[in-house]
Design a protein around this ligand. Sequence first.
Ligand code: FAD
Length: 521
Amino acid sequence: MEDKAEQARPAADTDESAKARKPAKAKKPPRPPRQAIPEQSPRRRTHNFEEVPKGYAPQIAMVEASRCLGCKKPLCVLGCPVNIDIPAFVSLVAEGKFVEAALKLNEETALPAVCGRVCPQESQCEKVCVLGKKFEPVAIGRLERFAADYARTYGNIPQAELPEPTGKKVAVIGAGPAGITVAGDLARLGHKVVIYEALHLPGGVLMYGIPEFRLPKHIVQYEINNLKKLNVELHTDYVIGKTETVDQLIADQGFDAVFIGAGAGLPMFLDIPGENAIGVYSANEFLTRINLMKAYDFPRYATSPIRAKHVITVGGGNVAMDSARCALRLGAKSTVVYRRAREQMPARIEEIHHAEEEGVVFNFLTNPVRVITNDRNCAAGMECLRMKLGEPDDSGRRRPVAIEGSNFTIEADVVVVAIGNKPNPLIPQTSPDLKITRWGTIAVDEKTMATDREGVFAGGDIVSGAATVISAMGQGKIAAKSIDYYLRTGQLPQPQPEPQPEPEAEAEPEAGDQQQAAESQ
Ligand code: FAD
């Protein structure tokens, strides 16, 4: 036995020494986890309107950007409605070339600092990020925000030279994301652009809807100022359909083309008893008073403040989350009433998470039945019914079904209705030649954004119904290309066959990669 053991030992030693002689394969350092973004604490931020996430520091942005696999056929670009070259800008951030990264972004988007903050990346570019198959996706939105903020603060980017004027004039109705995109793209091609905006400030929902703590207004203003450098003319307090009609823009003012980007600013209501009581607001009015007219900053701004002890917000989208979080910052208790379940909320995940952290109370599977009023016709509460989920409806989501006899009441002195918006009918009513859909939106050919009226194009929420900033910008880009073609040739562009997306991305996350820490979103 001993002999055998003795004989076996040298053989084993030889194996080990051979292993030892073989050069060890250098272990790749683990890929870093998705980098968290610093935020104001929930306790502090509910007392101010300052921005909640503070943005990456340069070193952290470089670490986050280094996580990108640099796929040769990047799915993230296809996931972006304006097809930003994401791997290119991310790799510039990884190399520390921050201004160059911002310039790369500017090739496709007029509003990078805005989109980096409010785009639903989790359902677009980040959703298809290949790294996200095994780990957390690259934080594309946070990197976009970082590059745009860096260039705005330190970049001193020179103004690109404008081409010779073409002599063509385009009217843009509405200074929201769709109108801003069209105006910028056409001005860069040498066309004269005049924007007509109904409100006293440009920016659309970015100014009047999305609160300061999610999107600081000086950032929107900066990105709009870039338009002025392109010689775009802006007329505010100018309501097309009242001050002047679309027909008059063409016949009397001699515009060669018109783009309608008037958004979907008409609020929908619940149609329940008590809804006309004092203290019941549409989310549009509530948010406009707070964001555009600074009702939280009385007496510096003359808008009368909204005073409330308990605000109920009805709805489950971004608009509802913004309203509920504003209510907290006005010093009220804030409750959301939503008729479906949490998983079915259409709001961005980050907004729901922030609202929960800040102490907004959620009543899921709850539907309002009536607003309770006092003897002065002021809101005093809400009667609600409990719901359960039934079969899927047309949207594919399970339909909420009332549980009979489950009525209960919640006391509140302000109710905010945030259940959706539709297009304002003013332009359709005063432009009889425009084809309108049964949803009140303007009908267009989606390949060109041309309406059935020659020389008139439309895009953004007035076409798609309430949607997203980036989809409005995407439609604006298509419209700008078509308008340019129309101005040069008198024709509409013929759509090219679409390139088929390649489903396979080449790079794969490596087996050794570690996702080390769960980040706080
Ligand atoms: P708008 O932004 O509505 O701009 C239209 C402009 O046209 C307005 O300035 C309006 O005053 C002007 N106008 C209207 N009628 C006339 C007229 N007759 N004459 C002249 N001017 C006129 N999307 C996201 O992607 N992420 C988010 O987090 C998000 N949060 C949101 C929060 C709120 C509170 C709201 C209301 C919307 C949110 N959205 C969000 C949706 C997004 O803001 C819109 O989809 C987007 O702004 C649509 O752009 P638009 O240019 O089509 O219209």
